[in-house]
Design a protein around this ligand. Structure first.
Ligand SMILES: *Cc1c(COP(=O)(O)O)cnc(C)c1O
Length: 282
């Protein structure tokens, strides 16, 4: 797939007016109907590497609602390779929308319990020579290389801040490889996301030469991964009404953080903020 530019949406909010900032949303969700979002960037070089190795089956892992599983199945269908998804937990019918769609796109689903899942994740996966393994969330060095390309597809003359939601931190690590002098902020969607900083460092080969600053903010997890609160729900409902359907697990928390930070005087007046809409098209 050849990508030109990532569409931008200007997000208007009274908190931004007061703070004298402009906030643009980078619509990664709009790059493709089936595999929009950051997962495309995390997978593209993995797919190329799989082909270089002469393999035809991409094997990966995820929870039952994993966007990574969704994107892997969509790309397998589109680009003609086989996909196998190890799913944490028991098979339940009817399949939820993610697993139902993944199977409709041809992914072979294999259910494993938590212990077995952890075992597989740490590399104890029996593999055929035709199988290429991508870790959970797609997060490896190829993923970082793909995410390093995201900002080159943004057509915004000047912006000082870049925000993304962090699960594994690979997307943020990629952004840090862009070579652009920005303030990079990751919002942890996990409780106790302090370890994420170390993970990002480990994934970022050129971090010592970073042209800019970066941080991971850990106060916007709303109880932990896939947890929510009435405040977050109300925020997302309001946003959805004015703009587009919002993913509450990742993007909603990151956008909430931007509004909150604007109210706290976090941003330098007259600056421009770019927020990555990393979700798939909903
Ligand atoms: C997977 C995902 C992320 C997190 O990406 P990481 O590279 O794991 O930090 C952010 N937003 C959405 C919508 C995702 O699906």
């Amino acid at each position: 797939m050849h990508l030109t530019k990532i569409p931008l949406t200007l997000w208007q909010h009274e908190a931004f007016q007061k703070a004298q900032i402009e906030v643009y949303l980078a619509r990664l969700d709009l790059i493709h109907a089936d595999f929009g979002g950051n997962k495309y960037f995390k997978l593209k070089h993995n797919i190329a590497e799989m082909r270089r190795q002469g393999k035809d089956t991409l094997v990966t892992f995820g929870g039952a609602y994993s966007n990574h599983i969704w994107a892997t199945a969509a790309l397998g269908r589109q680009e003609g390779f086989k996909t196998i998804g190890y799913i944490r937990g028991e098979e339940t019918y009817p399949l939820n929308p993610v697993l139902g769609q993944a199977r409709a796109w041809g992914m072979a689903l294999r259910y494993v319990d938590r212990t077995a899942y952890r075992d597989l994740k740490t590399g104890n996966l029996p593999c055929l020579p035709s199988e290429y393994v991508v870790p959970e969330g797609g997060s490896n060095a190829w993923a970082v290389q793909g995410c390093a390309e995201i900002l080159s597809l943004i057509d915004l003359p000047a912006y000082q801040y870049v925000f993304t939601a962090c699960g594994t931190g690979a997307t943020l690590a990629g952004l840090l490889q862009s070579g652009l002098e920005k303030n990079y902020l990751g919002i942890s969607v996990l409780k106790g996301g302090d370890f994420l900083k170390e993970d990002v460092k480990a994934l970022s080969p050129t971090l010592p030469a970073l042209a800019g600053t970066w941080d991971i903010l850990t106060d916007y997890h709303f109880g932990g991964y896939a947890k929510s609160t009435p405040i977050l729900k109300a925020f997302c409902a309001d946003f959805t009404q004015k703009y587009f359907m919002l993913d509450e697990v990742y993007v909603g928390k990151m956008l909430y953080a931007i509004v909150d930070l604007a109210g706290k005087g976090f941003f330098k007046p007259q600056s421009t903020v770019l927020a990555l809409i990393t979700q798939r098209q909903l």
